[in-house]
Design a protein around this ligand. Sequence first.
Ligand code: PXL
Length: 277
Amino acid sequence: MKRIVTIQDVSCVGKCSLTVALPIISAAGVEAGILPTAVLSTHTAFDKFTFCDLTDEITPIADTWKELEIDFDAIYTGYLGSFEQLSLVSSFMDDFKKDDTAIFIDPVMADNGVLYKGFTQEFADSMAELCSKADLILPNLTEASFMLHLPYREDYDEAYIKEVLVKLTDLGAKCAAITGVSFSDDKIGFYLYDAITKEFFSYFNEKLPVAYHGTGDVFASSALGAYMRGLSMADSLILAVDYTLESIKKTMEDPNRRFYGVNFEEALPLLIERLAK
Ligand code: PXL
C-alpha cells in the first residue's frame, strides 16, 4: 500500500483541508500521514474562528520521521498559512523527495478573483516559488493569475488557458492543471499541461448552478488518491472531476446540507468503485 503525507491545516469543523483529505485518501486505499500546520475551530469563511499555529511542530516531526526512516510515496500540500510554513515545507520536500515521490501542490489562497482572508500578493509570489518543486500543481484560475501577476479574467478561451498553463509550468512544475475551467454554461472541468511531453489534456462534465466551499480540497485529494492507485495523471484528474460532481449532487439533494462544504462522504462509493475497476 502506498503512503503519502499531506501538509495542511486542521479546520475542526468545515469539510475542508485535513477533514476532507484524510477520509478521501483513505477511502482510495492509500495510507495518509498528516503534518498539520494549524488547528482552527472552523475554516476562515466562518464569521469567527480560533487559530492555533503549529509551525514550530513541523521541524521536530520531520526530524523524528527522518530518524525513524519513515518515507512517503507522495507529498501533497494544501492550505498553508505563512511565509515560514512555505519555507519549512520547501525544506521538507527537499529532505523527503525520493526519485519516485510525487509532489502535488494545491496553492490554496484565492477564488473568484480574490485572495482568501490573510493572503497577499507577496504570499502568492512565494507560493509560486514553492510550485517549482511540484510534479503537479492544481491552481484555480484566480490562484494561477495571482502567481503569474496576470489580471483575473472571467471571460477566457482555450488559447488563453493554454498560455496560462505554459506560464505555470515555466515556474518549474512538471505538470499544471487549472481547475474549475469552463468554456460554456453547462460544462466545467480541468485543463492539464505536461511540460515534459508538451501535451495538453482537458476534460469537462456537468456544471451545476451552485458554488460550494471545499470542492478544491475534494478534487485534489481524490486526484492524489487515484494517482497513487496507479491511474495516469489525466485519468486521476478525470476521476476527481466526476467524484467532485457527485459530491456536489449529493449536497444539492440534501435538504439539511451544511452551508460550509460538500457531502463528499456520500459520494465515496463512486470513488471506491471506480478505483476497484
Ligand atoms: O478549503 C481551503 C481552506 C483550507 N483551510 C482553511 C481555509 C480554506 C479556505 O478558505 O480557510 C483554514
